[in-house]
Design a protein around this ligand. Structure first.
Ligand code: GDP
Length: 296
């Protein structure tokens, strides 16, 4: 079922990067995500930013970047084990007045293990007590030496409060992305990673996804872990209904029969029967496994 498919790269095009922001609590991860989104939303569009969302796509100089709020570490390893490793670039946020803390250490080891390029965002540089050199020294001690100190890691001073440095950060992301040469096939059968899913009153199960390959369209037959259905509607990160989701883009999908597990992969099938059969088989398999566990 999880066989590697033969890859036809003749339709490959460059796809936008998917970026994750991680860091110690209170270092400004949420504020930074909100500020980046706010700085890119046209005035008046979607009535401004009213609530924090788990993933969104912005444009910088005509190029797209998708940001994902880190689910907990557990959700992240779950994603990796299910083949839904979505992150291309990791941003480690370190408050410039506070420096490296326990969760920063954890994030560093996670980021190193992922093999993704890492950018260090030194946040809160608007503060009197901000000390970027302290952050650089602490990170250099952990094998993340700044480029301006002869190393390979980019450090960018930012303020989620004033917006200072955010353009620099976005430019740097695009630069890293160019080096990565991220490619995918917009014509392929769509595959999308589930970032978050829940049951919404009056809408049924909704799944927030990021497209990894292909183009996800309204009307597509989908299977997602043990759930299945037909894409009834898609909304973009501003809640606007759209017809399809392209490469690396994020949106919310309606039409599954149940709530899929976060970190699972949504895959388009040729027919509704195929989608249902696969989901049913997986559910039976999962039940059998549970049963054999409980009788042992
Ligand atoms: P998170 O736990 O990493 O998501 O951190 P938050 O985004 O919730 O920020 C924690 C606190 O730091 C909040 O009170 C923010 O208002 C404040 N904060 C975040 N970024 C900045 C910044 O750039 N400058 C200043 N002065 N305060 C900030």
């Amino acid at each position: 079922e999880y066989q590697e498919e033969e890859i036809d790269d003749s339709n490959f095009v460059t796809r936008p990067p998917v970026v994750t922001i991680m860091g110690h609590v209170d270092h400004g991860k949420t504020s930074l995500l909100d500020k980046i989104r706010e700085s890119k939303v046209a005035a008046g569009e979607a009535g401004g930013i009213t609530q924090h969302i788990s993933s969104y796509t912005v444009e910088k100089d005509g190029q797209k970047i998708t940001f994902v709020d880190t689910p907990g570490h557990a959700a992240f390893s779950e994603m990796r084990s299910r083949g839904a490793d979505i992150t291309d670039i990791i941003i480690i946020v370190v408050a410039a007045d506070d420096g490296v803390k326990q969760q920063t250490e954890e994030v560093i080891s996670h980021a190193k293990a992922s093999g993704c390029p890492i950018i260090v965002a030194m946040n809160k540089i608007d503060k009197e007590a901000a000390n970027p050199d302290m952050v650089k020294a602490q990170m250099a001690e952990r094998d993340m030496t700044p480029v301006d100190w002869g190393g390979e890691t980019e450090f960018i001073g930012v303020s989620a409060l004033t917006g200072e440095g955010i353009d620099d950060l976005l430019e740097n992301i695009l630069l890293q992305s160019e080096i990565l040469e991220l490619k995918a096939d917009p014509e392929a059968k769509a595959k999308a990673a589930v970032v978050e899913a829940s049951l919404e009153k009056g809408r049924g199960p909704v799944a927030t996804v990021i497209v990894q390959n292909g183009t996800l369209k309204v009307g597509d037959n989908i299977v997602c872990d043990t759930t299945y259905g037909r894409v009834k509607a898609i909304t973009d990160d501003n809640g606007k209904p759209i017809k399809e989701l392209g490469l690396s883009e994020t949106g919310t999908v309606l039409g599954l029969n149940d709530i899929p597990v976060s970190g699972s992969v949504m895959v388009v099938q040729d027919s509704d029967k195929e989608a249902r059969d696969i989901a049913t088989k997986r559910a039976e398999h999962a039940r059998a496994k549970e049963l054999s566990k409980s009788t042992k």
